[in-house]
Design a protein around this ligand. Sequence first.
Ligand SMILES: NC(=O)c1ccc[n+]([C@@H]2O[C@H](COP(=O)([O-])OP(=O)(O)OC[C@H]3O[C@@H](n4cnc5c(N)ncnc54)[C@H](O)[C@@H]3O)[C@@H](O)[C@H]2O)c1
Length: 269
Amino acid sequence: MIDKFLDGKGALITGGASGFGRGFAFAYAQRGADLVLVDINGELLEETAKKVKQETGQNVIPIVCDVTKSDHVQNMAKQAFNELDNIYILNNNVGGGFGFFDLLRVREDIFDKTIALNLKGQWLIAKEVCKRMKKQKFEPLAGKVIHTASIAGVKVDGGTPVYSISKAGIIAMMQLLAQSLAPKITVNAISPGYHLTGAYKDKLDVMKMTMDEGHVKTPLNRYGTVEDVVNVSVFLASPDSNFITGHNFIVDGGIAEVGVQAYYFKSEI
Ligand SMILES: NC(=O)c1ccc[n+]([C@@H]2O[C@H](COP(=O)([O-])OP(=O)(O)OC[C@H]3O[C@@H](n4cnc5c(N)ncnc54)[C@H](O)[C@@H]3O)[C@@H](O)[C@H]2O)c1
């Protein structure tokens, strides 16, 4: 039986209509949370919210919002805290990349768009949600924040340089937030590798092509799934992680830290 450790708690997930966001939504609702799902794609958002509600019986509130726009984010946060009486978990998850270029050839509008979506968007969301989260009376923690970063922010990727810069910025922002929100709120990040989501149009051949072009080798020798990331997020949302803050959890089958397929090094002994 699933432990309902999020009973009576609210979770706000940005990018909640698809990919990891949708995975977090099902997992938290199955553990008793009510949800606010935030996304720019209204149609997909409605569809996901309906499915999660039907399958889990939890309260699921979809809010259409562009996380890069401060007025959208302010209105969304006000509505979220009015609809649910608390937001205990924030998954600050929206992000994405635009094109593959050498850093010195990136157009200014692409640079601005990438930083706005990944870095400014997560900052705006954190600002509006955390100031309210801090005032909550839960003990021992008032809430938990989980950012979605990327291995591109850990080992810079020359194929997607601005994405890398923005994700490295998210890891820095996560640590700064962990400092300023301690001891009331824990703040951590998850850095996925290559996982089949809307980022690859949910198509394995699109993801495989991206990996082949980047000469990516996965030591654990399989593709990443949404569940691989959701499992770590569930841990970070649970009381088991209450003494962990300021960390970036890499979930990539070993790409960033191990580097090449393990069998290259296998001992004959
Ligand atoms: N899929 C991977 O392999 C991978 C690897 C590393 C990091 N990530 C990160 O994971 C996060 C989630 O992406 P995903 O892979 O689940 O992709 P996804 O495309 O399935 O989900 C992203 C969601 O964000 C929404 N969105 C996009 N722009 C928005 C905006 N301005 N305002 C509100 N919502 C917006 C989209 O509509 C979509 O529903 C991103 O931060 C991405 O950078 C993904």
